[in-house]
Design a protein around this ligand. Structure first.
Ligand SMILES: [Zn+2]
Ligand SMILES: [Zn+2]
Length: 289
């Protein structure tokens, strides 16, 4: 899978173009020089499947691969069985929408949050439930052509350090990480400073999951303001206080020829910042030849 760069949503530039219909999005993303797009259902699946099918044909026409972000209220750590079944349902609906978009293959989701409970108990519960759910999905043929992508999270009570996420990905061959490097940086109080800091994470993941699986991994990137309790808010590339910097990551991705999907989650300026990363990646890759 070749590396692709895209945007989560369209940001303020699209809003300024005064053409709010979803049907204009593929053309807009193409004009921005990108070849991936993430549609966020963070606040619920508010779309008709028919609309997804219609816009999906345009994404295919422009060769823009679509990913979906599942609702934020997924929580596989909640002891309540009802909440577990709902969470499973949200993944199932996400897969249904991937199928409707057609030219779409990555479902990003947050694994859960553990509140006051012991973290290990939460992790064991999530793993047990993931095993059951992924097994069910496998039997129903839901994994065909799609990847489930649990995300690394930005706050200490949320489940999803990069090692926890890599562990979840060992459960099924079609489960791959979403590395949100802004989250990783926020959670660890700004630990991503240079190339080696990114390299450590990528090396660890390749060792555990293998290069082939990592070639299908998902990446979220934005600068993020953080405090003692981790993530506070997403920033864009105008920020020069919090980081992290995208340049060292682009160099690692090029050095390793990693086939990742890189999605900008910059505040308001996602398409512009995605293109900045893409341009830097291409310039650096060419310098290696
Ligand atoms: Zn997310
Ligand atoms: Zn993210």
């Amino acid at each position: 899978m070749a590396i692709r760069f895209g945007s989560s949503g369209c940001g303020i530039e699209f809003a300024e173009e005064d053409n709010s219909s979803l049907l204009f999005v593929p053309d807009f993303i193409k004009r921005k020089g990108l070849n991936a797009f993430e549609y966020s259902f963070g606040h619920g699946y508010r779309m008709h499947e028919e609309t997804a099918r219609e816009v999906g044909l345009l994404f295919r026409k422009y060769d823009i691969k679509v990913s979906i972000h599942a609702p934020y209220y997924i929580n596989f750590a909640n002891p309540d069985e009802e909440m577990y079944h709902k969470s499973e349902g949200y993944l199932r609906t996400g897969i249904k929408f991937l199928r409707a978009f057609g030219y779409a293959d990555h479902l990003v989701f947050h694994s859960g949050s553990c509140g006051k409970e012991d973290r290990q108990i939460c992790l064991d519960r999530i793993k047990y439930r993931f095993e059951k759910t992924f097994d069910k999905f496998e039997k129903e043929g839901l994994f065909k052509d799609i990847w489930l992508c649990p995300e690394t999270m930005g706050k200490p009570l949320q489940i999803g350090s990069y090692k926890e996420v890599v562990d979840f990905c060992l459960i099924h061959p079609k489960v791959v990480p979403t590395f949100d490097f802004g989250h990783i940086n926020a959670l660890t109080q700004g630990s991503l400073k240079g190339k080696d800091d990114y390299k450590r994470i990528i090396d660890y993941s390749i060792e555990k999951l293998g290069k082939e699986k990592m070639d299908n991994c998902h990446i979220h990137f934005s600068k993020i303001q953080y405090g003692e309790k981790g993530e506070i808010r997403h920033l864009n590339f105008e920020d020069d206080i919090y980081g992290p910097d995208y340049e060292p990551l682009m160099e690692i991705l090029a050095d390793y020829k990693l086939g990742a999907r890189v999605i900008s989650e910059s505040a308001g300026m996602q398409p512009r910042d995605a293109k900045i990363m893409k341009d830097y990646f291409e310039k650096y890759s060419n310098s290696l030849k």
